[in-house]
Design a protein around this ligand. Sequence first.
Ligand code: PRP
Length: 207
Amino acid sequence: MINIALPKGRLGEKAYALFTAAGYGDGRSDIGRRLSFRDEKSGFNYFWVKPSDVAVYVERGAADVGVVGKDVLDEDRPDVYELTDLKIGKCKMCVAARADFKDDFSRPLRVASKFVRSAEQYYSSVGRRITVIKLNGSVELAPILGLSDVIFDIVETGDTLKANGLRVIAQANEISARFIANKAAYKFKRDIISRLVKQLDGVTEND
Ligand code: PRP
């Protein structure tokens, strides 16, 4: 038996479609407000959890495996195995600012982000002193209201930036969904998890 934590929302739906294509689901993830369901054929149990919580469930063994964005792994650095790139949920971690932004190197740059650690790491790699302002969402508003100079955030289509009059001024790293496993579960259920990885790799899109 395998317990699988999937991120609630569009990414989770795409991930479940991959599990279905790999032979571990029936493609019907529409289960109303229930947060868990079982695929009778494979005997796998699926759980819908908040995207940023997937790694918590997996790290602590409440789920054996899960699907999580690389952004969350980079930020939270959970003690789990990252087994494969599912090549879905592709986006980029970017720095964005207002069109009239000009960096003032005489003071630390004010960066608004949900990803504090990743922002710090990026700016340390480019040698720029910053002050991070931690936000939990609607980050695009920060430069507009003068709360920050720039934002450090995920860009997928770029529509949110455009709608708020911001533009990308630098790109950090590329993001996609990863298949992760609890370390003990990987040891004790290695055969089935390895098989799952192989089958998922067989149905993921090639670059
Ligand atoms: C992310 C990100 C941007 C948006 C980018 O937010 O923080 O706001 O998606 O997508 P786009 O380039 O396709 O417009 P998310 O939807 O995860 O919501 P959140 O703000 O609640 O985290």
